[in-house]
Design a protein around this ligand. Structure first.
Ligand code: SDX
Length: 432
């Protein structure tokens, strides 16, 4: 947690003789933080659209150094976790703050496996969506439906209830994802198998046409790593949404549904789907220069999807691991000359050499290569953000649990009001 340093920030405002003194908080890593809480009593708000310079909370879970391209989960680098750990162990780490012993790991894996069956009423909901319904809209609805099913008796002040909720939502998100995919394909529900791991069961319940479905271990490992690379990312838009919704004391499944809704946007988790749509629109390497020029044109809303990041002003460490995973999958599938991958690499090379991108420190982010990998695995484009949702679930619920486990305030930002001053009501007869 942050500690108050002896340092003070002194804010001098014209018209005030004395400075407003504000505490400077010292983090364990990263920027010092100025506590501006007292400003309201002095008659001031701060103004920071998009929260570019605002710390909304304190947290022990994940640390990002955007300039150095560092991502730590409870102090462990994502590169080391991706190489040596697996998704469920990372879920345990995010929730408990330390890596599990063998016994703790086995108990956690068993608890998740025991709670992955989705309530019948939620499964029944799927029948009412049209086959072309977008999977992210379905996932938002199904996660909200879990709130309806798991509300009575849920006491968020009870740590056992909180941890059970965390395990359950981690257990059921891949089941919801598989159900959503199969609904779109008009295929019946396939129950998970006890002899399969988390990522293997996701592939099995999603793609199996019969008990003999062959799970490629390279693909299963890649899927597990994709879940890991998306597991948590400090106070991104969807996690901040989960925290803000959760700060009202609402049902945690509802807060997760709000996070899914936020993740869907193409500026956030929807970028992986947008990367593939962009590459499809570019069509061929000959068109790349034209699209790079569009991305540089301030009057053109076109952006190179999968590039840029609010925090990373150097290479996103997840993108490096994602690119390696992409090569492993394409090599395994014998499609390493995949034209989409070739286009993506050419686009990356041009962008990384172009002054416009270099000056703005725009690098590929985790979404740039995840879409190509998922496409190669056979995941349809509209399901990419559903995969991101499954991966991000432990991060969302770990932040929710961290917040509600301590005394917390409802999130209620203020504003810079630019509207009309008070005026009298005018009867319609007097209006022009
Ligand atoms: C994720 O927050 C997280 O941690 C998110 C995430 C997570 O794990 O939760 O990491 C997941 O969402 C990754 C980002 C996925 N989104 C995309 O790939 C969409 C494309 N990227 C852009 O939309 C943009 O880079 C954002 C939204 C990601 C970041 O936007 P910012 O921080 O608000 O940056 P900005 O818009 O202020 O850009 C600074 C400059 C601008 O140019 P100028 O006004 O200075 O001339 O860079 C330009 C932007 O126009 N710019 C781009 C660009 N991204 C920024 N120009 C072309 N192509 C791009 N992709």
């Amino acid at each position: 947690m942050a500690t108050e340093s002896s340092r003070r920030a002194r804010l001098y405002i014209d018209g005030h003789d004395d400075a407003i003194e504000l505490p400077v908080l010292k983090p364990s890593l990263g920027n010092d933080v100025i506590d501006i809480g007292a400003l309201t009593t002095k008659g001031y708000f701060t103004y920071d659209p998009g929260f570019v310079s605002t710390a909304s909370c304190d947290s022990n879970i994940t640390y990002i150094d955007g300039d150095a391209g560092v991502l730590l989960h409870r102090g462990y680098r994502i590169e080391q976790l991706a190489e040596h750990s697996d998704f469920l162990e990372l879920c345990y780490l995010l929730l408990h703050g330390s890596l599990p012993s063998v016994a703790q790991r086995n108990a956690f894996v068993a608890a998740v496996a025991a709670d992955r069956e989705v309530p019948a009423g939620v499964r029944e909901m799927l029948r009412h969506f049209s086959p072309g319904a977008h999977p992210m809209g379905i996932m938002t609805a199904l996660a909200g439906a879990l709130a309806a099913e798991y509300h009575d008796g849920l006491d968020i002040a009870n740590e056992q209830h909180r941890m059970a909720t965390a395990q359950r939502v981690i257990a059921q998100m891949p089941s919801l994802a598989a159900l959503t995919y199969r609904h779109g394909k008009g295929k019946p529900h396939v129950p998970p198998r006890d002899d399969l791991g988390y990522a293997e069961n996701f592939l099995y319940t999603t793609f199996a046409t019969d008990e003999n479905y062959d799970i490629n271990p390279v693909i299963a490992k890649a899927m597990d790593r994709i879940f890991m690379l998306h597991a948590d990312h400090e106070q991104n838009a969807s996690t901040s949404t989960v925290r803000l919704a959760g700060s009202t004391g609402t049902n945690p499944y509802s807060a997760i549904a709000a996070g899914i809704a936020a993740l869907w946007g193409p500026s956030h988790g929807g970028a992986n789907e947008a990367v593939l749509n962009m590459l499809r629109e570019i069509g061929s390497p000959e068109n790349i220069d034209k699209y790079v020029a569009k991305a540089k044109d301030r009057d053109d809303p076109f952006r190179i999807m999968g590039f840029g990041h609010r925090v990373y002003k150097s290479y996103d460490p997840r993108a490096t691991v994602m690119q390696q995973t992409c090569h492993e999958v394409l090599d395994e599938l014998g499609v390493d000359d995949d034209p989409t991958l070739q286009m993506a690499k050419r686009l990356e090379q041009i962008a990384l050499e172009d002054e416009f991108f270099v000056q703005r420190r725009l690098y590929p982010n985790v979404d740039f290569y995840s879409g190509i990998t998922l496409k190669a695995v056979g995941i349809p484009t509209e399901m990419f953000t559903v995969i991101f949702t499954t991966g991000r679930t432990p991060g969302w619920i770990a932040h929710w649990r961290e917040m509600v486990s301590e005394p917390y305030k409802i999130g209620r930002p203020r504003q810079l009001y630019r509207g009309e001053k008070a005026r009298e009501y005018m009867p319609i007869e007097q209006r022009s």
